[in-house]
Design a binder for this molecule. Structure first.
Ligand code: TRP
Length: 463
């Protein structure tokens, strides 16, 4: 039976944790806070939440059902679901996973550095006059260090995927996700007690539509794909390991809810610090990309009770959150090599991981003074360097276009009977209405994605 040779999840909880682990990652802890900052909070957050509910959730269900139905990875699954030409959409996703993983690993590597650094500070104390901005720039600008960190992280990712779905991916997710939740709750309480928490909540939750630009809407949409690991076949791949008796609907609701909650919690924590510590807002303004690595260390060493213990622990958890995402990204490429190119898992893992690392080198050097890699600029203001260019292209263009085609596949090219039999099976929860899903996947989601893409292309601001 294909299920045993390809592997599948041992239980529903194992699958939900693995998929939630894929969704929760640097997108929640690192990226969402800084783009919320750049896009002036409130209104951006609201648009983001709308995108999650109206576009993200229906597509999550679509991807998982396509995977579960075919028990194949992205390319094969889309071919089987909607027709041979749809393999191209799967291939587009595999390429997106390839590029995304190549630069994601760089930020993941930073968490390793900050783990070591915070351990050092916990033992030796924070050296006087240390500016967290300077610490950050010194590490991100050091080429040898950047290469070493990202190589280390790549090896970790390869090691997990090497062991396959149950013994690698599911096991890691089961152990680390609960720990991550616990730590975040702890940190949320200490952040809410800080003087800046009121200002932070206002910034995040009070919409000011005057501050919203069209490109912010694209960014919100792009990020809703990014944070849920959608638009590139990752959830199709994870869905392909679901057993027939596991509910796609319940799982989707859970994954989307947890992911959104964690993103908001992380943002509240971070902004509470930024607004509490004098001068921090200015320091962050210059380097929003480094927010997670500039404002939080400050919190640990000056504000949080037991911060010198929580600090290092937190960066371990950032690393783990990143790992549960990088392993899912590598799995997209690896399972493609296994299913479509006939390679064994071990060989497929090494070849994919190795090829991706070549591009990681470019991304790792983007923050150092390397000609071209640090100066390349296609998307305009604030998007300098290979890293930002790749991120902008994947998140804001590849994922929404991939997602658009997935909605078309599920809504228009699969029969009603096919999708209904996957979603409605007596295990779906009370809030689920098949007819509503169908309206969203056929009309609402594709129209929203298309409208935003067109608006941005027509707008004079092409960034
Ligand atoms: N969702 C991940 C995060 O928020 C990033 C991501 C996007 C991803 N697409 C993915 C992870 C596909 C795994 C697979 O950090």
């Amino acid at each position: 039976m294909t299920e045993t040779t390809r592997g599948n999840w041992t239980s529903n909880a194992g699958f939900v944790l693995a998929a939630t682990g894929s969704a929760i990652g640097l997108g929640n802890l690192w990226k969402f806070p800084f783009i919320t900052w750049e896009n002036n909070g409130g209104a951006f957050v609201l648009v983001y939440l709308i995108c999650i509910a109206a576009v993200g959730l229906p597509i999550m269900m679509a991807e998982l059902l396509i995977g579960r139905r075919s028990q194949k990875s992205a390319v094969g699954a889309l071919k089987e679901a909607a027709g041979p030409l749809w393999g191209i959409v799967g291939g587009w996703g595999v390429i997106a996973a390839f590029i995304l993983l190549s630069y994601y690993t760089v930020i993941a590597g930073w968490s390793l550095y900050y783990f070591a650094k915070t351990v050092g500070w916990s033992i030796g104390g924070l050296p006087g006059g240390t500016s967290m901005g300077d610490v950050f720039n010194a590490q991100s600008g050091n080429p040898g260090l950047q290469l070493a960190l990202s190589l280390g992280f790549s090896i970790g990712t390869i090691a997990v995927v090497y062991f396959g779905v149950q013994r690698g991916i599911e096991r890691i997710a089961r152990i680390f996700l609960p720990i991550l939740f616990g730590i975040l709750v702890l940190m949320l309480f200490s952040a809410l007690g800080m003087s800046g928490s009121g200002e932070a909540l206002t910034f995040i939750f009070r919409p000011n539509f005057g501050a919203l630009e069209p490109k912010s809407i694209l960014e919100a949409l792009g990020h809703s794909f990014f944070t849920l690991s959608l638009g590139m076949g990752a959830m199709i791949t994870y869905g392909s390991y679901i057993a027939r008796n596991q509910s796609v609907v319940k799982a989707s609701g859970m994954i989307v809810l947890l992911d959104t909650l964690i993103a908001l919690v992380a943002t509240v924590i971070m902004f509470s610090v930024i607004f509490s510590v004098a001068g921090m807002a200015d320091e962050v303004g210059g380097s929003t990309v480094g927010m997670l690595f500039i404002s939080l260390p400050q919190l640990f060493f000056s504000e949080v009770p037991f911060g010198s213990l929580l600090g290092p622990l937190f960066y371990v958890l950032v690393a783990l959150a990143a790992l549960t995402s990088t392993m899912s990204l590598l799995e997209v490429v690896t399972s493609y090599m296994i299913d479509e190119r006939g390679l064994g898992r071990h060989k497929a893992t090494f070849i994919s991981g190795g090829a991706i690392f070549v591009f990681t080198i470019f991304a790792a050097l983007s923050f150092t003074d390397t000609p071209f890699l640090s100066t390349l600029n296609i998307f305009g203001e604030g998007k300098d360097g290979w890293f930002s260019t790749a991120d902008h292209f994947v998140s804001n263009w590849m994922l929404p276009t991939g997602g658009l085609f997935i909605t078309l596949a599920a809504g228009w090219f699969m029969t009603r009977k096919a999708t209904e039999s996957e979603l409605v099976d007596g295990t779906q929860p009370g809030w689920f209405r098949y007819g509503a899903w169908r309206v969203f996947i056929r009309f609402v989601a594709p129209a929203a994605v298309l409208a935003i893409i067109i608006a941005v292309i027509l707008g004079r601001d092409f960034s």
